[in-house]
Design a protein around this ligand. Structure first.
Ligand code: PLP
Length: 411
């Protein structure tokens, strides 16, 4: 049994890049009594949420809401639009791009995984895990596919495992320039509601999102925002699907209902969260995250440790990957920081396991909680014997003090 009396005092610092800290206002919404998901009250909530989500994805087209984690919504995107043996072009930006590719392979799709390659002193065995999607490479590959065998291009907008954000408009421009008809599918599971995202304007066919990152909700719901072309693709798509089928969802959603039991209480909180984000203004939300990211990076630079993202134009507003010096086990460091300071940091995933840690700057945070998280990292690094060039806490304080939050509000 959970030993509640052994829980440390004060709030735990959940500084992983999702699930992110949930604002009290959303926790209160979650605690409302559960209602009949086929009753009249629910239909109103359903319609409100579906309409609000369109604003978050910046689309006038349907958004599907699944009771699932992001992985389910990855699968839904593929099975609704593709057929067994279809060729899909994916891009290895990190662990999550690799996992999506693996899932596509298990579904019977023929997966081609591009990677930026090259050399890298800090990550010689995985150089692509420090960089964004190279749209030119995609364009060149699509130009060679004159028979249009490639049915979909799938990329991750914000690669949570590395702290690298890719430019989706550049990928769409590359597809247009190659005059290739493939569908564009984008995982914005950790980008949505923290980094600028525009489903319609960027010409995305399926956007995949999740509840537990920028939307600041607990895990448990994930989304597919879809385009007209993606909807048309369902007519010929032959991958087996039942639970994930868009058709039945769209039919029920017309009146705000779902074909099976939705996560009623998470939807209360989703409605509340959409209100919060729209009241703040999405542009302010994006600026807030960019500013937090810049403050955290100021600290990492002052420590003298490499930021995992090697391209400053692709720095993520959501998460910063910090590479530990050779000989320092990043997982042991994270363990020490958790035990001593009750601060959870993101672990290195897949190819970078034990070689880096991740500081999330999303969810219910502010300058002072981020400074505390940076202080926890700095103390842990020193206790682990890592020689730091300077005080990251001081650098972050200087950054936050000299860069006011959007509209002068506390951020
Ligand atoms: N894609 C990205 C970018 C993610 O960050 C994650 C999870 O962190 C996933 C996909 C997988 O989502 P889930 O763990 O909710 O299934």
């Amino acid at each position: 049994m959970l030993q509640l009396d052994s829980h440390p005092r004060g709030r735990h610092f959940l500084q992983i890049p999702g699930p992110s800290p949930v604002p009290d206002r959303l926790l209160r919404a979650l605690s409302l009594p559960t209602i009949d998901h086929r009753g009249p009250e629910f239909g109103v909530l359903g319609l409100q949420v579906l309409e609000g989500l369109r604003k978050i994805f910046k689309t006038s087209q349907p958004v599907i809401v699944y009771p699932t984690s992001g992985t389910g919504a990855w699968e839904a995107a593929l099975v609704n639009t593709l057929s067994p043996g279809d060729h899909v072009l994916m891009y290895e930006t990190g662990h999550f791009a690799s996992l999506w590719a693996k899932l596509a392979g298990k579904l019977g799709l023929e997966v081609e995984l591009l990677s930026s390659g090259g050399t890298d002193v800090h990550l010689p065995d995985a150089p692509g895990w420090r960089r964004a999607v190279d749209a030119q490479q995609i364009e060149q590959r699509l130009r060679r596919d004159s028979a249009h065998n490639i049915k979909a291009v799938c990329v991750v907008h914000n690669e949570t495992s590395t702290g690298v954000t890719s430019s989706i408009p550049s990928v769409r421009a590359a597809m247009q320039s190659a005059q290739h008809p493939a569908l564009l599918m984008v995982d914005t599971i950790s980008g949505l509601a923290s980094a600028d995202y525009r489903h319609d304007e960027w010409g995305v066919d399926v956007s995949v999102g999740g509840s537990q990152k920028g939307l600041m909700l607990p895990p448990g719901i994930a989304f597919n925002a879809i385009s007209q072309r993606a909807l048309e693709a369902t007519r010929t798509a032959k991958l087996p699907r039942s639970y994930w089928s868009w058709d039945e969802m769209l039919e029920s959603n017309r009146n705000g209902y779902f074909p099976y039991t939705p996560n009623t209480n998470l939807l209360y909180a989703l409605a509340e969260c959409i209100d919060m984000l729209l009241a703040e203004g999405l542009d302010n939300v994006f600026r807030r995250h960019e500013r937090w990211g810049a403050g955290v990076r100021a600290a990492v630079e002052q420590w003298g440790l490499p930021i995992q993202c090697a391209d400053p134009s692709a720095y993520s507003p959501v998460v910063t990957g910090v590479m530990t010096p050779p000989g320092t086990d990043a997982d042991a460091l994270r363990r020490l920081i958790l035990e001593r300071f009750d601060l959870s940091l993101g672990m290195g995933l897949g190819k970078v396991r034990g070689r880096m840690f991740r500081i999330g700057h999303i969810g219910d945070s502010n300058d002072l909680t981020l400074l505390a998280a940076i202080a926890g990292c700095e103390m842990g690094l020193r206790l682990s014997g890592v020689a730091l060039a300077g005080s990251g806490v001081q650098a972050a304080m200087d950054y936050f003090a000299s860069h006011a939050a959007p509209a002068g509000k506390a951020a």
